[in-house]
Design a protein around this ligand. Structure first.
Ligand code: NAD
Length: 476
């Protein structure tokens, strides 16, 4: 079996055990469409067991002082770092991204949990000057309770680590339902942490997504929900949590604009954005997708962008010369192909690179002459597709960028203070990188506006999402 790959069990009540659902799921290597192993899914009884354990795990974990929680998480992080090669190899086999990207993702996941672990020691409340003599008024920050979290398959380690790190650092227990397509890498990461934790503090499920989320969200044990994925599923989970009056954080993808002004360093913008665009075959919520380029430099930019992106080597993520791997599953191939075809029918001109014949590969695709209302401009591509459109003035660029229903990340290339000021203020997005690509780091909030969801992960805002606020007025 490839790289000693094994589909994991479920982690429930401190034990790895096989799921007892009648259904199972094959885990497919997207680079060659071969089955790696079969995943056993959680039954209703498995989920009930996890819910009971999550309550007990919370009661124990919340009592452990923040210093000790921090130390235990840091020991888990050290173990993740020590096991990087195994975790990254399994990630590449089940998800397709190049091994170097998988290693970087593992490092980023470790970094995220480390940052949250340190932050556990800084969950300060505050003292308010008291109104009455011999009294005190205090604001306390307390863990919200057991958390149900749902992470997707595109960055399974990082997107799980954001939820695991925040919940555990805050003193919550967490049941993570990670994506069924990419189970082994997440399970290996979770295993590194769970050895340090009381039973039920961290549990991992794979199942039929709608069954598991319905059951978890309806349970009175669960006090907070966190989801990263698509808009339709996010909308559905928001309705479920509203019915049960539970807090939810939603990160639902993006369609990031990139504004390249006339004074931009074109070489730098192209080299940085080609790397960022085609990382993980474009399956990233913060991937740059809609390029708006000042008309005076548009043809030079477009030519350089197409040339550089067509030089990328596509192949199996385990091969050392691969720049871009396959899409994660056959579903994504069909979706990206359909979106590109419909956009070409709507009038866009396509510039496609080559792709390997076997496996779930899609070529690097650059679309120009794209009508504003064509499907690629309104639907999230979530694949190796970029559009390039000229703009005439900064106001025009702002109008084009803001016409998307998404509002997650954006990128700007210019040294003009005036352009930076206006775009920073008026772009309807949650994060903006100027002359760079760093929109997601552990210590800064990451979250979207409009259909990209609500709430932030990472940063102090991410920690706050797992805390309740309690006011205590003490009179003597
Ligand atoms: P999908 O809508 O079927 O699923 C998206 C994610 O939600 C998956 O991880 C899936 O396991 C999970 N899910 C589905 N139904 C669920 C339910 N009822 N309860 C809980 N979880 C549920 O889409 P897909 O084919 O897996 O991915 C396609 C689209 O999803 C992409 O085009 C992209 O827009 C979006 N997506 C976004 C992110 C992100 O980082 N924001 C990540 C992955 C996918």
């Amino acid at each position: 079996m490839s790289g000693n790959y094994r589909a994991p069990g479920l982690l429930i009540q401190g034990q790895w055990r096989p799921g007892r659902h009648a259904m199972t799921m094959p885990i497919i290597n997207p680079a060659n469409a071969q089955t790696l192993d079969t995943l056993q899914l959680a039954s209703r009884d498995d989920v009930d067991l996890a819910l009971n354990a999550a309550q007990k795990g919370f009661d124990t974990w919340r009592q452990i002082p923040a210093h000790e929680r921090c130390a235990r998480l840091e020991r888990g992080v050290a173990r993740i770092r020590h096991n990087t090669e195994k975790i990254a190899t399994w990630l590449t086999l089940e998800q397709g991204k190049p091994l170097a990207e998988a290693r970087a993702e593992c490092a980023m996941a470790a970094d995220l949990i480390k940052w949250y672990a340190e932050e556990a020691r800084r969950t300060y409340g505050r003292i308010i000057p008291a109104r009455l003599p011999h009294s005190s008024m205090q604001v306390h920050k307390l863990p919200v309770g057991p958390v149900a979290a749902f992470s997707p398959w595109n960055f399974p380690l990082v997107l799980s680590a954001r939820k695991i790190g925040g919940a555990l650092a805050a003193g919550c227990s967490i049941i993570l339902k990670a994506a069924e397509e990419t189970p082994a890498s997440v399970a290996a990461m979770v295993d590194c942490l769970h050895e340090e934790l009381p039973e039920g503090a961290l549990q991992l499920l794979f199942g039929v997504p709608a069954e598991v989320s319905d059951q978890l969200i309806a349970s009175p044990v669960i006090r907070k929900v966190s989801f990263t994925g698509s808009v339709p599923v996010g909308r559905h989970l928001a309705q479920l949590t509203a019915r049960h009056l539970k807090r939810i954080t939603l990160e639902l993808g993006g369609h990031a604009p990139v504004i390249v002004c006339a004074d931009a360093d074109i070489d730098k913008a192209v080299s940085m954005m080609v790397t960022h665009k085609f990382r993980n075959a474009g399956q990233a919520c913060l991937a740059p997708t809609r390029f708006y380029v000042d008309r005076s430099i548009e043809s030079r930019f477009t030519e350089q962008f197409i040339h550089t992106s067509h030089d990328l080597v596509l192949g199996d993520g385990m091969a050392s010369d691969t720049h871009m791997g396959p899409l994660a599953n056959a579903r994504r191939v069909a979706a990206v192909r359909d979106l590109v075809d419909r956009s070409i029918q709507a009038g866009a001109r396509s510039h496609q690179g080559k792709r390997p014949e076997t496996g779930f590969f899609e070529p690097v695709t650059v679309l120009t002459n794209v009508p504003a209302n064509s499907p690629i401009m309104t639907e999230e591509p979530f694949g190796p597709v970029a559009t390039i459109t000229p703009f005439d003035t900064i106001d025009h660029a702002i109008q084009l960028a803001n016409q998307s229903a998404y509002g997650l990340a954006g990128y700007l290339f210019t040294d003009s203070a005036r352009a930076i000021q206006r775009l920073s203020e008026r772009l309807e997005i949650g994060s903006l990188a100027i002359n760079g690509m760093g929109v997601s780091v552990p210590e800064a909030p990451f979250g979207g506006l409009k259909e990209s969801g609500y709430g932030s992960e990472s940063g102090i805002e991410g920690m706050e999402a797992f805390l309740d606020t309690k006011f205590i007025h003490h009179c003597t």
